[in-house]
Design a protein around this ligand. Structure first.
Ligand code: C5P
Length: 246
């Protein structure tokens, strides 16, 4: 993967639509001003690999966000298949799957790619940005989101994973613990210009400026752009904010 320096390359727009038709008609409106598109479980469950093919054909890279969390063998097979889809630059798993699963995923992401060729990067979800301390407790996770996310990031790195998905609040500590080359992707981003402080179902949110300053390589923005009355203006405002913050 090549990192072009343009600020738009840091913006990943989440295509959380229930049909490929609406996802594509939206994506075409903003394709020339954003970086990657994210195909997640909602669109993938509705439209399958065809969604990846058609979104990839727009020329922006694809973040295939299916957050695999299963036994190592099954996850390895799913990562291998994901990495083989056209245009996929990022794929992900849950760090909570543990070291055997993470290592299997890390092997699988390079397995189908010829030597020397670019391969997708594998990232691990640490703690979902919709979770706060209370929801973590409900599922038996102890400690704060920050401590847990840093520990999970260190585990992922040790297992050969290229980076993590984490909230902006954790990005700085993860950067410090895992070094400069470790990718950090931050969702839960709420630009002040495009949605005020509307959080939707996200518990831990921050602005694009805070995300970039905390060390994020990529920021994922969904509803503040997809549900905006003027999506191009909303996307451009995020790119402008990234440019100033960089
Ligand atoms: O609409 P919104 O900006 O909240 O969308 C955020 C996107 O990032 C969603 O597609 C969601 O699945 C994804 N995501 C997240 N938190 C994570 C990992 C991914 O919100 N930890």
């Amino acid at each position: 993967m090549t990192f072009d320096a343009h600020p738009r390359s840091s913006l990943i727009v989440a295509l959380d639509f229930d049909s490929l038709k609406s996802a594509l008609s939206f994506a075409k409106q903003v394709a020339d001003i954003v970086g990657m598109f994210k195909v997640g479980s909602q669109l993938f469950s509705n439209a399958g690999p065809e969604a990846v093919r058609q979104v990839a054909a727009l020329g922006n890279g694809v973040f295939l966000d299916l957050k695999y969390h299963d036994i190592p063998n099954t996850v390895a097979g799913a990562v291998l298949a994901s990495a083989a889809m056209p245009g996929v630059q990022l794929v992900n798993v849950h760090a909570l799957g543990g070291s055997a699963m993470l290592k299997a995923a890390a092997q699988a992401v390079s397995a189908g790619v010829p030597m020397g060729a670019d391969r997708p990067r594998l990232i691990a979800v640490t703690v979902l940005t919709s979770m706060d301390q209370k929801t973590m407790r409900e599922v038996g996770m102890t400690g704060s989101p920050l401590t847990r996310a840093v520990k999970l990031a260190q585990l992922a790195k040790k297992c050969g994973v290229d980076g993590v998905v984490a909230s902006v609040q954790e990005a700085k500590a993860i950067r410090k613990a895992c070094g400069r080359d470790f990718l950090i992707v931050t969702p839960g981003v709420r630009p002040l210009e495009t949605g005020g402080e509307k959080k939707d179902d996200q518990a831990r949110t921050a602005t694009p400026t805070q995300a970039i300053q905390a060390g994020a390589d990529y920021i994922v923005v969904g509803r503040p752009i997809t549900a905006a009355s003027d999506p191009r203006a909303a996307a451009q405002a995020v790119v402008d904010e990234i440019a100033v913050a960089k």
